[in-house]
Design a protein around this ligand. Structure first.
Ligand code: IPM
Ligand code: MG
Length: 363
């Protein structure tokens, strides 16, 4: 099995190094090859997603991705900005199904900004469509407005669109995921305003006919944003389009206390995937050794489960992370009174120690 390692920018290299350490400690004989991506690749190759990096990603069985982006690239033309690397990988590899679990670990209940009783035991799964919607819809651009009350002024526009097969395949993914969980899917739309999302709602309802054992509810995105902070435990699987999923998954992440804890998987139709933490490149803390590597380590666990067919190794990694939290180790983002503040590398070392049965020095 070959894994493409794409560390990227900001804290990416630091957190990916810890996940690589954890994968190596499992001694599964995984082959790993690294390549530049994002701003780092722009510096070395003049493009955020060089041909060589894309070729490696295509050839690999799975991809471990850190993060991309830095304010210093904001002035570049869009096609050369770091974000184009992750968007390009998703599109070129057909990674249409994005799994973003939001799980509140028992030890971190108090790290959430919501009342502990609202988030204790929280376990929801956001399934975000990742290769369509207004993110990729054509046409888009800037022009002089041809009509309307502002005709003759500069304007910009994007296109929101979804085809039936795109909605069908993500709906199947959501219903199948719900079958392995609590059997409920909330499809989030804006059918009251948008044609695209009335269609989304209709197609999801059509697919549901094949899953009578799963409960389906439809919810408008504004209400979903509200219910997520009012009664988050009422959700099981949430399925939605690319843009609403981008926004709701960040909101759901904060329910758990820290986005630094949340992994994600982006899968194609055959289960090949790209695995990355749900958080970004955090350039403000890059290189300081304080970033939380657990989201990336947990992403590696998702990789073992979904793309490498090693569920027992995935369980071992997840249990090691729980053991480290139980021992009281915390990076700054999840630190609270009475716990031991550790850096990125110490956190990774502690997970490796837990994996290999060594005692964790904590509190
Ligand atoms: C995410 C990020 C990306 C997105 C950015 C970096 C392009 O916010 O993965 O959620 O909007 O999809
Ligand atoms: Mg986002």
């Amino acid at each position: 099995m070959k894994i493409a390692i794409l560390p990227g920018d900001g804290i990416g290299p630091e957190i990916v190094a810890e996940a690589v350490k954890v994968l190596q400690a499992l001694e599964l004989g995984l082959e790993m090859e690294a390549a530049p991506v994002g701003g780092a690749a722009y510096e070395s190759h003049g493009h955020p997603l060089p041909e060589s990096t894309l070729a490696l990603a295509k050839a690999a069985d799975a991809i471990l991705f850190g993060a991309v982006g830095d304010w210093k690239y904001d002035k570049l033309e869009r096609a050369l900005r770091p974000e184009q690397a992750i968007l390009g990988l998703r599109k070129h590899l057909g990674l249409f199904a994005n799994f973003r679990p939001a799980i509140c670990y028992e030890q971190l209940t108090h790290a959430s900004s919501l009342k502990p009783e609202l988030v204790a035991g929280l376990d929801i799964l956001i399934i975000r469509e990742l290769t369509g919607d207004i993110y990729f819809g054509q046409p888009r651009g800037r022009r002089v407005a041809p009509d309307g009350p502002f005709a003759g002024s500069d304007e910009a526009f994007d296109t929101m669109r979804y085809s039936r097969p795109e909605i069908e395949r993500i709906a199947h993914v959501a219903f199948q995921a719900a079958r392995k969980r609590r059997g409920k899917v909330t499809s989030v739309d804006k059918a009251n305003v948008l044609e695209t999302f009335q269609f989304w709602k209709d197609v999801v309802a059509d697919v549901h006919a094949q899953y009578s054992d799963v409960q389906l509810e439809h919810m408008y995105v504004d209400n979903a944003a509200m219910q997520l902070v009012r009664a988050p435990k009422a959700f099981d699987v949430v399925v939605t389009g690319n843009m609403f999923g981008d926004i709701l998954s960040d909101e759901a992440a904060m329910l758990t206390g820290s986005i630094g804890m949340l992994p994600s998987a982006s899968l194609d139709a055959r289960g090949k995937g790209l695995y990355e933490p749900s958080h970004g490149s955090a350039p403000d803390i890059a290189g300081k050794g304080v970033a939380n590597p657990l989201a990336t380590i947990l992403s590696a666990a998702m990789m073992l489960r979904h793309s490498l067919a090693r569920p027992e190794a995935a369980d071992r990694v997840e249990r090691a992370v729980e053991a480290v939290l139980a021992a009281g180790l915390r990076t700054g983002d999840i630190w609270s009174e009475g716990t031991a503040r550790v850096g990125t590398r110490e956190m990774g070392d502690a997970v490796v120690a837990a994996l290999t049965g060594k005692t964790i020095i904590g509190r």
